[in-house]
Every structure is written in C-alpha cells, then in structure tokens.
Design a protein around this ligand. Structure first.
Ligand code: DAT
Ligand code: MG
Length: 149
C-alpha cells in the first residue's frame, strides 16, 4: 500500500477547480485519507521544494505555491504514486495527454494545477511535511472490492 501527497496548487483553487481535481483522484479509485485547506508559508514551500533548490525556476516555484491557498491531500492505494501521476499528466500541460488533469485544464508549466509525489521516499517526506499521523484516517471503503480484485 502506498500513500501520496497531492496538492491542488493556488491556480486550481483560484479557478474553482478544487472539486473537479479531487473528483479525478476519487473516481480513479484512490482512497482519501487526509485533507486540509491551507496557506503555505515560505518555510513550508522551501522545504517542500528543497529538491529543486538548485533549479533556475526554484524562486518562481516557491512564489507560485505560496501565492494563495492550496488543498493538501493524502491519497492511498496500491501503486497510488504512479496512478496519481498518470491522472495528473505530464509536468508541462501542453505536453500532457488529454484526459489528464493538466492536459484538460492547463496551458503552461508554471501554472500546472497539481503536485503529486514522485517516489515512495519523497511521498513519505511530503506526507509528513503536511500531516501528522493523527490527521490521517484509517477507514474501510465499501466500494473497495469493486475497485480491487
Ligand atoms: P512534477 O510537478 O510533474 O513532479 P517536477 O517535480 O519536475 O514536476 O517539477 C516541479 C515543478 O517545477 C513543476 O510542477 C513545474 C516546475 N517546473 C519543472 N520543470 C520546469 C521548467 N523546465 N521550467 C519551469 N518550471 C518547471
Ligand atoms: Mg515533482
């Protein structure tokens, strides 16, 4: 079982796409185990994007993610990380396949609507950055046998 951290970035919130973005993960069959609406601090953004600190676009990344509130979620499931990333689509929305969040709703890399963890190691770090263990809910979903064999 994997957990992945998903963020609806400030453009998704400002464009009233929160519900639509959450629906995509929900309908795919991932299980929601944590969710909060927050304004990320500069410090949290810098920690979250620490892996990109050396990249030329780092400063704009931090200012974008702190430019307004975000929705932070933890979604759980077997292969949750890869499933969530395929639902998100390629990093650059122009290259993202139609049917994906970025491919359907986005036009450029600096406004790509969602974040999703890219590996089990980063997922664990990112989940712990946004959520305490007590904020994550263990629950049985009645549809599970219809989603997983
Ligand atoms: P992803 O968000 O698909 O995991 P990433 O982790 O490689 O992509 O990069 C983090 C974010 O940084 C990405 O959502 C958008 C931005 N970004 C990545 N590559 C970029 C580039 N070449 N120019 C500008 N922004 C970029
Ligand atoms: Mg990434």
């Amino acid at each position: 079982m994997q957990r992945t951290l998903i963020l609806v970035k400030p453009d998704g919130v400002q464009r009233s796409l929160i519900g639509q973005i959450i629906s995509r993960f929900e309908q795919r069959g991932l299980k929601l185990v944590g969710m909060k609406f927050l304004q990320m601090s500069q410090a949290l953004a810098e920690q979250h994007y620490a892996v990109h600190a050396a990249r030329p676009f780092y400063q704009s990344l931090v200012s974008y993610i702190t430019s307004g509130p975000v929705v932070a979620m933890v979604w759980e499931g077997k292969d949750a990380i890869a499933a969530a990333r395929s639902t998100m689509g390629a990093t650059n929305p122009v290259a993202a396949a139609p049917g994906t969040i970025r491919g359907d709703l986005g036009m450029e890399i600096g406004r790509n609507l969602v974040h999703g963890s890219d590996s089990p190691e980063n997922a664990e770090k990112e989940v712990n950055l946004f959520f305490s263990e007590a904020e994550l809910v263990a629950w049985a979903r009645s549809a599970d046998p219809w989603i997983r064999e």
